[in-house]
Design a protein around this ligand. Structure first.
Ligand code: SAH
Ligand code: TMP
Ligand code: ZN
Length: 424
């Protein structure tokens, strides 16, 4: 493998010896969990597309050198993020409230009064930036998926179509000037070319500017056995240890962090150029916890794999028993994560009758790989099933609060995170 500037690997992927190289440090990564052939998590499809469906090997690996957990292979980005990308951030009211609060915090603490400029990558339908747009703050979203981006523009959000990387950062800096804040929510973990992003950040940010980003947190994934966070779009599974190392390669560091409840447990990080901001004690505390939890050791990931296998067997056992008893089971929310569960646990339409989902673009289609029909929510409500399998477990609070009628009708929830159980 050829080393780039500052020892940064230029061509992550296989090195000359055929070993798999870390996307961050170029070291040799150790695969610890293979899901076998998997479809695209958001590849909801019509029946006439079944025979051209795309599959790839979904394998998670750990880098013992820089501690980054990552996928061995990721499909081409254009296959995942395009005009029909069906994930619209604003379908969840809780997420909308979460991002409104985030926008207020950014405004209050991280941007000055002197004509600030805010950039967000993966801005989707404008769920976060609309608050800056509404306040008349200069902003720009960078979003490659044209369908969701068009909704953002309808929300008054200034949006550039494209995949953010170093070259786009140069264009933005030339057109708008430097940015005070660089935002990303559930986006950095999707982008394999981390170093191009970090270089782009360095080009764009003012000297004391900060990156505020949040992504699902590896500590939560391990603790809750939420293996369904592992799918094509998520190329990285971040910890404080690995994030600090990766940004450290570019002269930056984590200066603060805040755990979040979103997506089943996330971490928000504040990154700045080294020495420009004081480092909060919370960073060292979390690093200590991660070492105690063993996030820096391959044995921890091997134990995780065993927990995943147990979870898979338990879920299949419950569902097969219910099928034998002639009970109706319906999936609730066709989340990206559900694709990993349905395929890993081999959940076919004879086991899960359909999946109820509120997103119009998913309705009438079939789930990737196992081809369970996706139906509008009304189909769920008009004849409640005996059991609802909660694929949207990360929206549990929001969903439970509005589904009292299902329980009153004798319905029961099946959950699989943090453990497989039927809720009484
Ligand atoms: N920020 C939103 C959306 C997360 S989904 C939220 O938290 O709900 C991830 C988004 O990142 C998608 O809309 C996808 O199109 C976008 N994306 C993927 N690669 C990207 C890249 N290189 N640059 C900018 N956006 C990207
Ligand atoms: P996510 O977990 O990846 O955010 O995906 C959310 C999906 O769940 C999206 O397709 C919409 C769907 N959903 C419902 O169908 N009903 C609900 O009440 C909620 C909150 C989400
Ligand atoms: Zn590495």
């Amino acid at each position: 493998m050829t080393a780039g500037m500052k020892g940064i690997p230029r061509n992550p992927g296989m090195d000359e010896s055929g070993m798999t190289a870390c996307r961050i440090c170029g070291g040799q990564i150790e695969p610890f969990l293979s899901f076998g052939r998997m479809p695209l998590a958001n590849g909801f499809l019509t029946a006439d597309q079944f025979d051209q469906e795309y599959f790839f090997d979904l394998v998670a690996a750990f880098c013992p050198s820089c501690l980054m957990v990552q996928l061995v292979d990721q499909p081409d980005r254009e296959k995942m993020f395009h005009a029909e990308y069906p994930f619209f951030s604003s379908t969840s009211r809780f997420q909308a409230a979460h991002f409104e609060k985030f926008a207020n915090e950014v405004s209050d603490r991280w941007i000055g009064r002197n004509d600030p400029f805010v950039v967000e990558i993966g801005s989707n339908d404008g769920i976060l930036l609309r608050h800056f747009a509404g306040a008349g703050i200069r902003h720009l979203g960078v979003e490659p998926s044209a369908g969701v981006a068009s909704n953002a523009r309808k929300n008054g959000v200034n949006t550039l179509s494209g995949f953010f990387e170093k070259d786009i950062a140069r264009q933005i800096a030339a057109e708008y000037g430097p940015a005070d804040v660089f935002l990303a929510a559930n986006c950095l973990c999707h982008i394999p070319c981390f170093h191009s992003i970090a270089e782009g950040v360095d080009i764009l940010l003012k000297p004391r500017g900060v990156v505020l980003f949040e992504d699902p947190y590896l500590g939560d994934i391990l603790e809750k056995t939420s293996y369904d966070q592992i799918y094509d779009e998520h190329v990285f599974y971040f910890s404080v240890l690995s994030v600090n190392h990766a940004f450290g390669m570019h002269g930056m560091e984590i200066v603060d962090l805040w755990p979040q409840k979103t997506h089943g447990g996330s971490m928000r990080y504040c990154i700045a150029r080294k020495g420009t901001h004081p480092v909060s004690p919370a960073v060292g505390v979390q690093i200590g916890r991660e070492r105690e939890l063993g996030l820096d050791r391959i044995e921890t990931y091997e134990r995780f794999r065993q927990n995943c296998e147990t979870s898979q067997q338990n879920l299949r056992r419950i569902l097969c028993d219910l099928k034998q008893q002639g009970r109706r089971v319906v999936g609730y929310a066709a989340t990206s994560k559900s694709t990993t569960v349905t395929n890993y646990c081999d959940l076919t339409p004879d086991i899960v009758e359909f999946i109820s989902d509120t997103t119009p673009i998913k309705q009438g289609k079939y789930s990737p790989g196992t081809h369970i029909p996706v139906q509008p929510y009304e189909k769920f409500a008009e004849a409640f099933p005996d059991y609802a399998l909660l694929f949207g477990w990360n929206h549990k609070e929001e969903i439970m609060a509005k589904e009292q009628a299902f329980l009153n009708a004798g319905g029961k929830w099946i959950v699989y995170v943090p453990k497989v159980e039927v809720l009484a």
